[in-house]
Design a protein around this ligand. Structure first.
Ligand SMILES: [Zn+2]
Length: 280
């Protein structure tokens, strides 16, 4: 089991490792680029080497790189689709250069088209990305969503379709976001629902497919389809339910990464402390 938090990439990229290590993280997540911009962070070989060196020295065992929302592989809008695929290939290459284990992605939105077309577009995009990044060992993890509007991934039937149809599906995995799954309608406050959910995900994708859990409490109610993260134990999922998930045997090899609010400089430390206290 690995525990960590999403950290900022401001300044030099390798400083993000120091931020995670100062919080006692054995896992960390960063954005591949500024979430609101297309511009590349222009990763140099020297900075990447320093990143790899620092994570090794400081015991950060798992690194996940999150692709921001503006990249949309399910869109029916041609220019955005092409731009998204190109950006994605760069992000996979940069993640590999950083020695990251995982790239985490949302599955995009099929706005102005249909669900089958959105899935088809996503599958074709992943095939192209995998073809262009052949040989890279970094795994692509598909994150579930809260199910607002036309976003893919609120049901694991979407994951199933993608796992079935992508050519190199062994390069795929799952990132389970606890807030999103609750907001999408799964009552994970109940242990039997968690058991059923995890079994269902493995059945629809692959055994051992869940490599990362975004451990977040939720500010909004079950089935709200509204994505708002809350501090661990302070939201509507609650500490007891999150503790059950953290210690679940199906997730023994997974990395638990917090994407909780960063209201004060102490927020991450507080949530990490809560997370550590949950480990049985
Ligand atoms: Zn997430």
């Amino acid at each position: 089991m690995f525990l960590g938090v999403h950290v900022s990439i401001s300044g030099k990229i390798y400083e993000s490792v120091d931020r995670a290590a100062s919080l006692g993280c054995s896992a960390m997540q960063i954005f591949s680029r500024n979430p609101r911009q297309w511009r590349q962070l222009e990763l140099g070989e020297d900075d990447a080497r320093e990143f790899r060196k620092r994570r090794k020295e400081q015991g950060v065992e798992v690194v996940a790189v999150h692709v921001p929302y503006l990249i949309n592989l399910a869109t029916s809008y041609g220019p955005l689709y092409k731009k998204s695929i190109a950006a994605y290939i760069e992000d996979m290459q940069e993640a590999a250069l950083l020695g990251a284990e995982y790239v985490v992605t949302h599955m995009g939105s099929y706005k102005n088209s249909t669900l089958p077309q959105g899935l088809k577009a996503f599958i074709a995009a992943v095939d192209e990305i995998f073809k262009e990044t052949k040989g890279l060992s970094v795994k692509l993890l598909l994150e579930n969503t809260a199910g607002s509007g036309s976003w893919l991934g609120a049901t694991f039937d979407h994951h199933r379709r993608i796992f079935e149809h992508v050519k190199d599906s062994h390069r795929l995995g799952v990132c389970l976001d606890t807030a999103h799954v609750f907001e999408a309608g799964f009552d994970i406050r109940r242990p039997q629902v968690v058991d059923m959910l995890l079994a269902q995900i493995e059945e629809k994708t692959r055994k051992g497919a869940i490599h990362v859990v975004h451990l977040n409490d939720s500010m909004t109610p079950k089935s709200s389809h509204h994505d708002r993260h809350q501090h661990i134990g302070k939201g509507l999922i609650g500490g007891a339910a999150l503790k059950y998930i953290v210690n679940h045997p199906v997730l023994r090899e997974a990395a638990f990464i917090l994407e909780t609010p960063k209201e004060t400089p102490h927020s991450d430390g507080m949530n990490m402390k809560r997370l550590r206290s949950m480990v049985a």
